[in-house]
Design a protein around this ligand. Structure first.
Ligand code: S3P
Length: 445
């Protein structure tokens, strides 16, 4: 794969399917571990991140098969089989925060109390990411969790423990933390309450309900779950990932004469914030919901066309609905006439990289007018981004972060001259065929 990116010869046009939703795919792999029977997910995302979850459940005894988009997970021998091992099960979560955080919550009460437990580790990026937001409330429920090197960071050992239900208030509206606590609640004695999830994505709630688990909806995204419930097997279709679609749909909003349709796009309300921003930024956004809901998740066909660009404002309340799309929305802002503002987004500093710092630095390298704040960015456009020459391209830094790489590939399309990504291969974390799909829309594939 070439690291060199040249500017687009023209608009983006056409229709495509994007890979399955990453969040739903992680859950499909992990929840199969505690279902009562074999589970199935079609359209499952086969990428580095979700493979981490699959390898984890396999290491925990699940029987797993994957071919042609169809994942099958059967629970296997169950937690008791792990108790007799002499050594802890070693699980490498790779780059995946979802794998690590969801497993912490799941394993805390699922593992048998007597066994050696599990050691979770991750790559250099994941080893820097905060885990205390999950560990602290789990310890309040009685979880036996030890950080082996640095407090609040991987590597972490989890041993089984008898959990007691608790009432939690999330410090940040995070779906990963909410999920970890709900999964722990399923294995705890009593009724666990999770407040403060707000507008965070609700794929966990939807899949648990498909599995027959009763969740109490307390309003405003607050939830309660009674421990000891049986989770039935599931057979689901994973919709297209809005966070992957966003690169192409945003490029269509940005580049004159573009029109792109993503078919089978997830339309979960907690995931479509970026489409609302594209509309506010003056793009035409059409949503065809004719396909209807499928096993708990909505999907449809989304078409975005360039129209009348204008700047946008994104504030804290909206962030959970577009948290992973902010890098590419920052790229869009460089093409809009006026100042666009992204605030309340401090969480981006603890994603796979410090996404606010990296986006500001990369866009400035291309000549954009960007001010970085502790919790956001202000970007004034329109600015014609400038790359370098074939012999001396502007090198854009990814820090191995897939979403930075894809966002900057879109920026490079609109830049004059040559750009290069320092690590284009990192797109494999969520979208291995990203560059081929982009070429297809540029008609140069
Ligand atoms: C995810 C939730 C989000 C998101 C991440 C995936 C999930 O993180 O950024 O890519 O699958 O639950 P937070 O829950 O930490 O906001």
């Amino acid at each position: 794969m070439s690291s060199l990116l040249s500017c687009a010869p023209g608009p983006l046009q056409g229709a495509l399917c994007v890979p399955g939703d990453k969040s739903v795919s992680h859950r499909a792999a992990l929840f199969g571990l505690f279902a009562t029977g074999p589970c199935r997910a079609t359209g499952w995302l086969d990428a580095a991140d979700t493979r981490s979850s699959l390898a984890a459940v396999r290491a925990l005894g699940a029987e797993v098969s994957y071919a042609d988009g169809v994942l099958e997970v059967a629970p296997g021998a169950g937690p008791e089989a792990l108790a007799v091992r002499g050594e802890p099960v070693a699980i490498d979560c790779g780059n995946s925060g979802t794998t690590a955080r969801l497993l912490l919550g799941l394993l805390a009460g699922w593992l048998p109390p007597a066994g050696p437990g599990v050691v979770l580790s991750g790559d250099a990026s994941l080893s820097k990411r905060p885990m205390a937001r999950v560990i602290d409330p789990l310890r309040d429920m009685g979880a036996d969790i030890t950080c082996l090197e640095t407090p609040g960071r991987l590597p972490i050992r989890v041993r089984g423990a008898k959990l007691t239900a608790a009432e939690h208030h999330l410090p940040v509206p995070s779906a990963q933390v909410k999920t970890a606590l709900l999964l722990a609640g399923l294995n705890a004695a009593g009724r666990t309450v999770v407040r403060g999830g707000g507008a965070s994505r609700d794929h966990t709630e939807r899949l648990l309900r498909v599995m027959g688990v009763q969740l109490e909806d307390l309003g405003d995204g607050d939830l309660a779950v009674a421990g000891g419930q049986v989770a039935e097997r599931f057979d689901i279709a994973v919709p297209g990932d809005p966070s992957s679609a966003a690169f192409f749909l945003t490029a269509a909003a940005m580049i004159p004469a573009s029109r792109v349709t993503v078919t089978g796009h997830a339309l979960n309300e907690g995931r479509v914030g970026a489409l609302r921003v594209l509309r506010r930024a003056g793009a035409q956004v059409a949503i065809d919901r004719a396909r209807g809901p499928r096993q708990g998740e909505m999907l449809g066909d989304v078409t975005v066309a360039h129209d009348q660009p204008r700047p946008f404002v994104i504030t804290a309340e909206e962030i959970p609905t577009l948290v992973d799309e902010i890098p590419v929305l920052a790229v869009l802002a460089t093409a809009l006439p006026g100042t666009s503002v992204i605030s309340g987004a401090a969480e981006l500093r603890v994603k796979e990289s410090d996404r606010l710092a990296l986006m500001a630095a990369n866009l400035k390298r291309l000549g954009a007018e960007v001010t970085e704040y502790p919790d956001g960015l202000e970007i004034t456009g329109p600015v014609r981004l400038r790359g370098g020459t074939d012999a001396d391209p502007v090198v854009l830094e990814t820090a191995g972060d897939h979403r930075i790489a894809m966002a900057m590939a879109i920026a490079a399309l609109t830049a004059e001259g040559r750009c290069a990504l320092d690590d284009p291969g990192c797109v494999a974390v969520s979208y291995p065929d990203f560059f081929t799909a982009l070429d297809g829309l540029l008609n140069r594939g």
